[in-house]
Design a protein around this ligand. Structure first.
Ligand SMILES: NC(=O)c1ccc[n+]([C@@H]2O[C@H](COP(=O)([O-])OP(=O)(O)OC[C@H]3O[C@@H](n4cnc5c(N)ncnc54)[C@H](OP(=O)(O)O)[C@@H]3O)[C@@H](O)[C@H]2O)c1
Length: 250
């Protein structure tokens, strides 16, 4: 893809692992200067160093986005070498971490995007926002809040040149997913080895048209598309990347 991201600066929150890491790597490969973020210094620096080793430009920002001070530290570090044009937000936890953290970063970074007349906010939502499961209602509800918030933001950004959209993953195979499935697989009769467990876990937990879990790079590609020049006419939209796990037509 040539997404015209040279000269753009992107902060990807929670990019020391999982979907955020894949997204930071892809945006850097597409020419953006990325800011890798997380709370664990070693992990953040390792991801940034490997992006630089691959020829990309990467800085770092450390901080717990569950607190006002942590969010202010992250915004300060992320803008130390220039303004942020692209904000990709995602966290693991309940309301404060999952929703209010996004609001904190939007408040810090979007006003300057408005002034410059160009910007991207991409929120990571999830299929459980529209199709909640029977457990973890607190988590399901935070995803729904993120989808809703992103659309409100899009309307508020009318005429500014800044867009706000959602990428909604299905079940993506990050380390934590693999650990969970490996742990519960034998008790559920799915098998003992990963190769035995995998197809049964897909069928039992996430039946979808592709018959597999998604990969972090598949989320990163959708985020990168929304960040690029081709997507200027897309705002307030959701791109589902879930193999057809969510059955709704809209
Ligand atoms: N994986 C899936 O199947 C899936 C599906 C739908 C939606 N999602 C959403 O996608 C997002 C990422 O999921 P993932 O699977 O990639 O998770 P992950 O691999 O566990 O990565 C989470 C990232 O968030 C950072 N983080 C966690 N708490 C933080 C806090 N309080 N302040 C700042 N950073 C924090 C972590 O870094 P540190 O530990 O260094 O702070 C790490 O970089 C989540 O919001 C999740 O709801 C995932």
């Amino acid at each position: 893809m040539n997404l015209d991201l040279l000269g753009k600066r992107a902060l990807v929150t929670g990019s020391s692992a999982g979907l955020g890491e894949a997204t930071a790597r892809l945006l850097a490969a597409e020419g953006a200067a990325v800011v890798v973020h997380g709370r664990d210094k070693d992990r953040v620096e390792a991801v940034a160093a490997s992006i630089r080793a691959a020829g990309g430009t990467a800085g770092t920002a450390l901080g717990d986005l569950a607190t006002d001070e942590g969010a202010a530290d992250v915004a300060r570090a992320a803008t130390a070498d220039g303004p942020v044009d692209i904000l990709v937000t995602e966290w693991n936890d309940t309301y404060n971490v999952n929703v209010v953290s996004g609001v904190r970063m939007i408040q810090h970074l979007v006003p300057a995007m408005r002034e410059r007349g160009w910007g991207r906010v991409v929120t990571i939502g999830g299929g459980l926002a529209s199709q909640p499961m029977n457990t973890h209602p607190q988590y399901n509800a935070t995803l729904a809040a993120r989808h809703n918030l992103a659309v409100s933001l899009a309307r508020d950004l009318k005429g500014t040149g800044v867009t706000s959209n959602v990428v909604s993953p299905g079940a993506i195979l990050v380390e934590a997913t693999k650990e969970l499935v490996t742990q519960i697989g034998p008790d559920r009769g799915w098998g003992r080895t990963w190769d035995e467990i995998l197809p049964n876990a897909v069928e039992a937990l996430i039946p979808n048209d592709q018959g597999r879990f998604g990969e972090p790079d598949e989320i990163a590609a959708a985020v990168a598309y929304l960040c690029g020049a081709y997507a200027q006419y897309i705002s307030g939209a959701t791109i589902r990347v879930d193999g057809g796990l969510i059955r709704s037509a809209f």
